[in-house]
Design a protein. Sequence first.
Length: 395
Amino acid sequence: MSLTFHWFLPTNGDSRHVVGGGHGTPVTAAGGDRPPTVRYLAQIARAAEDLGFTGALTPTGAWCEDAWLTTAMVSQHTERLKFLVAFRPGFVSPTLAAQMASTFQRQSGGRLLLNVVTGGESHEQRAYGDFLDKDARYARTGEFLEIVRQLWDGKTVDLKGEHLHVEQARLTQLPDPVPDVYFGGSSPAAARVAARHSDVYLTWGEPPAQVAEKIARIRSLAAEQGRPVRFGIRLHVITRDTSEAAWAEADRLLAGFDPATVRAVQEGLARSESEGQRRMLELHGGGRDGLEIHPNLWAGIGLVRGGAGTALVGSHTEVADRIREYHALGIDEFVLSGYPHLEEAYWFGEGVLPRLAEAGLWAHPGGPVRAGGGADIPFAAGATGATGATGAAGR
């Protein structure tokens, strides 16, 4: 299977510095460097499309622009790129969500993917009028997806669940194709929902051993349901022609982290109810030392940003090798981002993707591409990724 790569639309603003936000933390001032206008986001989307990314993730939350509205506008500036729209089931009825997805497919030419986000922070959910606790939210998500799936199958749905109740629900027009459902979550409640309803299970960028454990757990639960599940991973990337140049960029980002901001963000994230966020915090412990937690896997982003907090850092060959390492575990889809998102899309698209194409692991949707130049060596099987500057970026 050819690997699939998605990019990210920074609807909370972009910068040459890390922009915070997510899981109850505020967006940092850097988010104002490049406001998330439709014009700028469309520029990122067109770049991702040209470079060969399959889709782009649009996040959800109080810290960013609305995902549905923003994506609908940006989609009009692209032709092939799909959009992985994050949304929270507790904020909209399942029948309306199924209808919205169906409409999006027809108006975009079938370019919608759905990232279902149950919501890990009760205080943020309450701001939107949702007062269920975490386990109840996951139970509701299961009911929500049960209804939506049946509607997409063309069925008339009568369901009276613990949290949701619909009668004679039906779509007059079905989505074509039916959008794939992406779902993440590390708690037992999340795993059960993912195994029953997701097409792609997403994990944040933990070290390979931890990712392998998650894959085995979800795959086993899905097998009990008689369902196959694909797997994806959410990571940032800092890739350059040489390892030294990549780690120098990580050093520059780390130097821009104000200690007071780091403390405030870490205190806020420590109150998170998200099991995945807890696991992210454990990777760096709030400190600036020992941030390279696996070869070329850097936990520095998580010091100032909620959610995905790790980045692949290294030469184009090293980053390609780490992608191969995750692929060997069962990861087929990669949802990536970098600061700033426009420039980093080009670094990855022109540096890493051609090497994966040479290895037969990826194909550009628009046709073959050539390997990028620079000081990096050609992609080689068995590379260790152990070269580069030592002691950089909290390594």
